[in-house]
Design a protein around this ligand. Structure first.
Ligand code: GLN
Length: 538
């Protein structure tokens, strides 16, 4: 039986003690945090490796009160980086990724590596050699049911381990990667905050590539403030990443968003949003969208409007083609990136079966790749290789790139902030400052439901991929509960480089939802109570 076929109750008392100790002595060694995380991990399978000693001796940095988990496709020198793949089962990187180096320099305690979909491919964190991640959220209607008997729902993917670790209170924040929604979707399903930054702001040096033109390192956290603190510490120009945004482009983007930011109340104690124009994209509210999600988004919009924000309908006409274009481009890039895992230079070599012809190198490669990669990764490699063949290139790959260009143009003509990446941007003076839409079409699906197989997983990211194709910053923040009692997220998308602006609006949404939805915030973040309650219930 798989070790997660049965979910065990949290080790509640020990967990509670460790938690209160860890929070009240935040500078104590990472080992305390790690023990706490380990005790919670049996129920969620969020983390896949733990440090044996604290490798971060910088107790005075700006992040020294933060515990952070790292997605297992981001390289760390002291812990394995498996990408949840049999291919890298035994791999430990000889260096830290730049983002990890910066976290350590800031004083953060790394509490472990987080489970994920293999090489970041998936939406539900079920494609992993470590097994699926179980969403730690419990809906208010399930309070009296013992943990082991509660329904097991997906934590979302591919950064499901990062999201579950934060939601379960194992750490304050986690690094994830987002190629087409992998931070925003798990954040939404687990009821936490997730930021996919503008493409190129956080270095990809040391991040195992899935689709280079889309991959972004981002942050998941309990609150927008935590996410912002971590983001600010790791968002800097890195000459080792050839796709990093240059200091000049960063400055230009900052200057463009600054005038608007200065008109919004900086400390947000009594926000005045009268200078803010929020776009509501008609294409993001299809008839299939669950009505309770629409109601929650409407509530958020009403609150923002009562603070003075202007709500403006916008159209992003190329949206319906985004998902298909995404899967062609992402798979094509993945097929090329993953070609290096041949069992000779890179990756674990799997011994040939008895009787196989060892004299043919092709057999060695083929066997290693068949045994080392999971089914989803193999599917993407085949699809991507096909899209890049001479026969299919024009109809698939080039066509997808054309769609991608249209999607970028749609966003550029919707925003009034100019795109700092273009030498001659033509912003729309009547445009909007941010765009707001539901983060997902549904709440977290059950791990045993149809939604986790067939086409289901590919549809989950339909709301998220347009911003990925355009490289835009998006923050997903909790926005109440759906009729099934599970969290809903809303996403705020901004022009390239408007990361601070989207987090500022995210924070207003967070604060105003807290006022309205007190019980929901408790349900997610009052984990000490939840954990203690479990003992009595089990
Ligand atoms: N679900 C999407 C995919 O499977 C996105 C994954 C990601 O953002 N890493 O490709």
């Amino acid at each position: 039986m798989h070790r997660l076929a049965r979910v065990y109750p949290y080790r509640s008392r020990a967990g509670c003690r460790a938690r209160s100790f860890a929070t009240s002595h935040s500078r104590h060694s990472a080992i305390i945090h790690t023990e706490h995380a380990q005790s919670l991990n049996e129920s969620t399978n969020a983390l896949v490796s733990f440090p044996t000693k604290n490798h971060n001796p910088n107790p005075h940095g700006p992040l020294s009160n933060l515990t952070v988990a790292i997605k297992d496709n981001i390289c760390t020198i002291h812990l394995p980086t498996t990408c949840s793949s049999g291919m890298l089962r035994h791999f430990t990187s000889p260096f830290d990724a730049t983002a990890v180096e910066l976290l350590k320099a800031g004083g953060a305690s790394i509490i472990g590596k987080a489970n994920c979909d293999e090489f970041g491919m998936g939406s539900l964190n079920v494609n992993s050699i470590h097994g699926p991640v179980v969403n730690p959220y419990h809906s208010p209607n399930e309070k009296s049911i013992p943990w082991a008997e509660r329904e097991r729902r997906s934590a979302g993917g591919s950064s499901g381990g990062s999201a579950a670790a934060v939601a379960a209170g194992m750490c304050d924040a986690a690094l994830g990667t987002d190629t087409g929604g992998s931070i925003r979707l798990p954040a939404s399903y687990c009821g936490i905050t997730g930021l996919k930054p503008s493409y190129g702001l956080i270095s990809r040096w040391g991040v195992v590539s899935f689709a280079d033109s889309l991959d972004c390192v981002g942050v998941l956290g309990k609150s927008v403030d935590t996410v912002k603190t971590v983001f600010e510490s790791i968002s800097s120009y890195d000459p080792k990443d050839p796709t990093a945004a240059t200091p000049h482009t960063r400055e230009r983007a900052k200057a463009s968003a600054e005038s608007l930011l200065s008109t919004l109340d900086a400390d947000l104690s009594d926000p005045d949003l009268s200078s803010l124009r929020i776009g509501i994209p008609q294409e993001y509210f299809p008839s299939e969208l669950n009505t309770t999600i629409v109601t929650a988004v409407r509530k958020v919009l009403e609150r923002l409007s009562s603070l003075g924000a202007q709500l403006i309908p916008v159209s992003l006409p190329s949206t319906p083609y985004a998902l298909s274009a995404y899967y062609v481009i992402a798979s094509a890039e993945a097929s090329s990136n993953l070609a290096r895992y041949d069992g000779v230079q890179y990756g674990t070599r799997f011994p040939l079966l008895p009787g196989a012809d060892k004299s043919k190198p092709g057999n060695v490669y083929a066997h290693t790749r068949s045994a080392g990669f999971g089914a989803e990764v193999q599917k993407r490699i085949l699809l991507g290789t096909y899209a890049l063949t001479a026969d299919a290139f024009d109809n698939y790959f080039l066509q997808a790139q054309r769609v991608r260009q249209r999607i970028k143009t749609d966003f550029d003509s919707a925003f009034r902030i100019p795109n700092a990446q273009l030498s001659n941007p033509s912003p729309n003076p009547d445009g909007v400052d941010v765009i707001l839409h539901p983060s997902a079409i549904r709440t977290a699906p059950r791990l045993d439901s149809d939604a986790v197989s067939g086409l289901g997983p590919y549809l989950q990211d339909v709301m998220a991929v347009p911003a990925s194709l355009a490289g835009l910053p998006t923050v997903s923040v909790p926005a109440g509960l759906a009729a099934d009692g599970w969290p809903i997220g809303v996403s705020v998308v901004g022009q390239w480089g408007s990361d601070e602006l989207v987090m500022c609006i995210g924070k207003v949404i967070e604060r105003t939802s807290d006022e309205d939805d007190g019980p929901m915030a408790d349900a997610i973040f009052g984990f000490d109570d939840v954990i203690c309650g479990l003992d009595a219930a089990t």
